[in-house]
Write a protein of this length. Sequence first.
Lengths: 264, 264
Amino acid sequence: MEAKLEKVTLLDPSNLENVKNTLGKALNDGKVLLIIGACSADYIGRARSELTIGDRILIVKSDRSVLLHRPKSYKPVNWQPPGSIVNISIEENDLVVKCVREKPRETLIVRFIEIYTVAILDLEDEGEFSLYASEEDMRKAILKNPAIVEEGLKPVSLERPVRSGFIDVEAIDKNGNIVVIEIKRRAADVDAALQLARYVRDLEKVRGIGKVRGIVVAPRATAEFRRLARSLGIEFKPLSPKRCLEILYGVKEKKETTLDEFIS
Amino acid sequence: MEAKLEKVTLLDPSNLENVKNTLGKALNDGKVLLIIGACSADYIGRARSELTIGDRILIVKSDRSVLLHRPKSYKPVNWQPPGSIVNISIEENDLVVKCVREKPRETLIVRFIEIYTVAILDLEDEGEFSLYASEEDMRKAILKNPAIVEEGLKPVSLERPVRSGFIDVEAIDKNGNIVVIEIKRRAADVDAALQLARYVRDLEKVRGIGKVRGIVVAPRATAEFRRLARSLGIEFKPLSPKRCLEILYGVKEKKETTLDEFIS
DNA sequence: ATATGCATGTCGCAC
DNA sequence: GTGCGACGTGCATAT
């Protein structure tokens, strides 16, 4: 039998019965399965797909998410999200991996007619993942320094960290008007204009007679956005996610920038 | 040196210099690279991310798409879409994989402090992938049999296979009204209502005075959609992608259904 | 090249 | 559980 305590345990692909049994056990132990070989795949669920035979990589993760990868493209050709029920069997001398998800009911069947490599991975990953420059970071930056949107802007309930309803930021401008801000980390498009126009209308209904201003804050705007925004009375204020990071955490690359300037 | 003509070539992780050189060569030869080990990762581009050390799977595909997978979750924790420039180097006894994408400029750096397994995969995949029950299939089914939406409905320019502008299907109802149909393969939601309302308004402007009907065709509708649709004058017609497949290709499971009925 | 909308989108969060 | 919106969304397609 294979050595334990190893991060990677390679199995003998020719002993199919052993492969099936060992993979099944490893799956229950929360290991990650890796199969490289020639397979076909069929999926039935929200849609339906067929994939004829070719060389692929199958990964079954410890949370029972399943990925079938072709040698090209970023996205898996077939997959199953976490939590699916995975069953491994032998049918007509092929290794068959059947992955079933409930709600919605979806089935993915991968049939290996040939296996090149099969491995059990015992991966430990307690690493921390941090992502910066999200829309939430932009919101925080605006709350910290509302003047980047407009001089004299005062956010309502600044102390409340969560968004009010579906509105990213609600504020009062220097003339006392209510302002609704919709933040986009990418170019403002038609959808952003429609979304904000709806919020503005909802808020006008709730607040009564007063006019409510709508501002989309985004790094840039598409031409169609500008057209639609004009007709809907929506305003636009350019602001990039990176600028927001500078506001939140200070200008990190100050030193390097200075160095660059010195060199050039 | 390792055997050629093999689908999977395992390298000796302890010989880092050889790993670096062999991976670099394999990359140029259009092979797929697989590295399993402990690594950290940093990304800078549209956003910024940091990932501290843990066990992961790195796949560099032949189209230079890059996937860094943790032992859990469907999505890669870090990645690069196809076409990025991949560079492999040794820094302070670590294997460093640097992936740069232009437009937008984005950089992903994965640093392996320990390698458990490193392999070069020579995968051949000419398999065909077919997907059914897309929104396009639903459109075809409606054009083939408009009565599933409404009795007496006549699609405009049925012979034209592509959608007209942003409107999925344009038709005339039995009373001569213009009908705009928006198809969704999932539940109709707020966005669908707003989108269609905009199309209807645009079309009314172009066509002149006449009232234009808007119908969302989808397997189901959210409560909020129904509310908004009512206030926007948008209609809803339930239709599932699967029903559309039956209309397009005939009722495939007829025989089994009959069998089920016979048994029960 | 840019913009627009689909996707077996997935994912997380609020209700 | 459902609904809603973000995502480093990716991706094809039309302009």
